[in-house]
Design a protein around this ligand. Structure first.
Ligand code: PGA
Length: 254
């Protein structure tokens, strides 16, 4: 299976700048002779930049991701964005439940469950983010919290063999800190999450549908630690914002 690298650009780039960074990534990859077909790369810009980025990615294997969506497809929901609107622009992956949304926007496990349901119904791939806060860790409830997040996101959904699901373990206290967790911890935690999904859906369905990745201060110096079984990829924030650095990071695992 190809390693997955998701670039979460958060609220950093307006459309023109996002396009500039995409074009630079493509140019540098070509110059460095990086075969982008060997990795599944997803770029997730702000909603306003999706169109520009979609245009720039035309005729490439790089996929378009969104950072969020609403849980209904249509209706009187002022200010929200429907996953079917995203699909029309060319979005393939949708990040759901990022800790910054859980924390700043009050996004609950129940909302996240509804979003995942709608995203899967449209045959888009959800990237569910789960992670413990520092306080939860201090209390010794890390694994419990993560299993609860995964359970509440997926329990009761009908998963089909053709569905594509990504679960990203992102320890909240590590995001943006410049210090990732040890690879052993990321691997152990992914095994815990995988077990939870197997309990819910069975081994073969999970094997067929679900990819587990790590996120939190991933950069060019540590990416290799996180792109090995059982983790099949990474979610990158800060280190994906400069084209040169991001291309360097991709190169590290090829
Ligand atoms: P970071 O962000 O790589 O800057 O830690 C990751 C994320 O928030 O998804």
């Amino acid at each position: 299976m190809k390693p997955l690298i998701v670039a979460n650009w958060k609220m950093h780039f307006a459309p023109a700048k996002a396009k500039e960074v995409v074009l630079e990534i493509l140019k540098l990859s070509e110059r460095e002779k990086i075969d982008l077909q060997k990795v599944e790369i997803v770029l997730a810009p702000s909603f306003t930049a999706l169109n520009e980025v979609a245009q720039a990615l035309k005729d490439t294997t790089v996929k378009l991701g969104a950072q969020n969506c609403f849980w209904e497809e249509k209706g009187a929901f002022t200010g929200e964005i429907s996953p079917s609107e995203l699909q029309e622009i060319g979005v393939k992956y949708v990040i759901v439940g990022h800790s910054e949304r859980r924390e700043n926007l009050g996004e609950t496990d129940e909302m996240i469950h509804k979003k995942i349901k709608t995203v899967l119904n449209l045959e888009l791939a959800p990237i569910l983010c789960v992670g413990e806060t520092f306080e939860e860790r201090q209390k010794g409830i890390k694994d419990y919290r993560l299993m609860a997040q995964a359970t509440q996101a997926f329990e009761g959904l009908q998963i089909k063999p053709q569905d594509k699901i990504v679960i990203a373990y992102e320890p909240v206290w590590v995001i943006g800190s410049g210090q990732a967790v040890a690879k052993e911890e990321a691997q152990y935690t992914i095994e815990v999450l995988k077990q939870r999904m197997i309990d819910l859906f069975g081994v073969s369905l999970v094997k067929e549908t679900t990819t587990f990745i790590y996120g939190g201060s991933v950069d060019e110096s540590n990416i290799r630690d996180f792109v090995a079984f059982p983790s099949s990829g990474v979610l990158v924030g800060g280190a994906s914002l400069k084209a040169e650095r991001f291309v360097k990071l991709i190169k590290k695992i090829l």
